[in-house]
Design a binder for this molecule. Structure first.
Ligand code: 13P
Length: 336
């Protein structure tokens, strides 16, 4: 695949008014989500839930791509149509989570490093054959006491860059996600410093590994107060500081940046993205790649009664897509 093809996939991912839905929860993570609404974590329930989301009428107007899990990319609708075909027919790009999750970083208690590079070339080639156009790798950076260490940041960014280079070799656009967790009592200034250091390390590593930025998407966490911080920054402050941080660390040649929701409420995630886009124009399109902030309302409805609430749950996820699509344009308005 040529660089032009990677570039055009990356650009399609952040097309105006469109973003990504992340439905790539591992079987352990989806168990936690299902447990919260009393749904048994069976393969059929996972399949039915993902079918409900992916086939929600009208969703492709605001959704450019969906990130799937290994099990999900091999699944099909109840009628037997592979999810990847349903998606490509609707103009939704199939994405795939390829990391193996975060593990304790030896020698650095409490810190994590994401694993999954061994055998990744073969797995990427298989995912490309299954229809994946982009991939995701999530690194987790924790703010606590003296953490994060420089070692933790470097180890994670090195792995992200090795992953990104392998993706491009396989003709897949890498979405690089260094998530600075919201958990903790830290204030927004500390989040700014850690996010800036992480992004600078990430782009230095991408350069070292010969990754083409034109065919790469950044999935970023917002610069935001820790969840337990007594002083919660306002929407405008989050937007202003997130943009200042991105401008200080992210090259303008990147085709786009999408955000994770990371435990924000649905409304916060939408309002913050909207505020950022109202402060534009910026060097890159800023959009969303939300998991929880796209799904939680729909999951609740579906979990109450899978059959009776199927259409209502689909309407709810399509509405979240519409609201976040508007926020990606800076045109969202809070409904009173
Ligand atoms: P959240 O939006 O729920 O944080 O999930 C996004 C994601 O894909 C994290 O890797």
């Amino acid at each position: 695949m040529s660089i032009e093809q990677l570039e055009s996939i990356a650009q399609a991912m952040v097309a105006p008014g469109k973003g990504i839905i992340a439905i790539d929860e591992s079987n352990n993570t989806i168990k936690k989500r299902f447990d919260s609404v009393g749904v048994p974590n069976t393969e059929e329930n996972r399949r039915a839930y993902r079918e409900m989301l992916l086939t929600a009428p009208g969703i492709s107007q605001h959704i450019s791509g969906a990130i799937l899990y290994d099990e999900t990319i091999r699944q099909a609708t109840k009628a037997g149509v592979p999810f990847t075909k349903v998606m490509l027919d609707a103009g939704i790009l199939p994405g795939i989570k390829v990391d193996r999750g975060p593990f304790p970083l030896a020698g650095f208690p409490g810190e994590l490093v994401t694993e999954g590079l061994d055998g990744l070339r073969d797995r990427l080639n298989e995912y490309a054959k299954l229809g994946a156009k982009f991939a995701k790798w999530r690194a987790v950076i924790t703010i606590s006491g003296d953490a994060p260490s420089g070692t933790c940041i470097e180890a994670n960014c090195h792995a992200l860059a090795r992953y990104a280079a392998l993706c491009q070799e396989a003709g897949i656009v890498p979405m690089v996600e260094p998530e600075v967790l919201m958990d903790g009592e830290h204030d927004i200034d500390e989040c700014y410093d850690v996010t800036e250091a992480t992004l600078r390390s990430l782009f230095a590593s991408l350069y070292e590994q010969n990754v083409l930025l034109e065919g790469t998407i950044l999935k970023a966490s917002m610069v935001i107060s820790g969840k337990a911080c007594p002083d919660q920054a306002s929407t405008d402050e989050v937007a202003e500081m997130t943009i200042r941080c991105l401008k200080s660390a992210v090259p303008a040649s990147l085709p786009g940046i999408v955000f994770l929701s990371g435990g924000q409420t649905d409304e916060q995630a939408t309002a913050n993205l909207n505020a950022m886009n109202q402060q534009g124009p910026h060097p890159w399109p800023l959009s969303f790649s939300y998991g929880r902030a796209m799904q939680q309302a729909a999951l609740k409805l579906w979990g109450q009664d899978m059959a009776a609430n199927f259409a209502a749950a689909q309407k709810t996820v399509a509405q979240r897509a519409r609201e976040n699509g508007l926020a990606a344009l800076g045109q969202w308005k809070k409904v009173a």
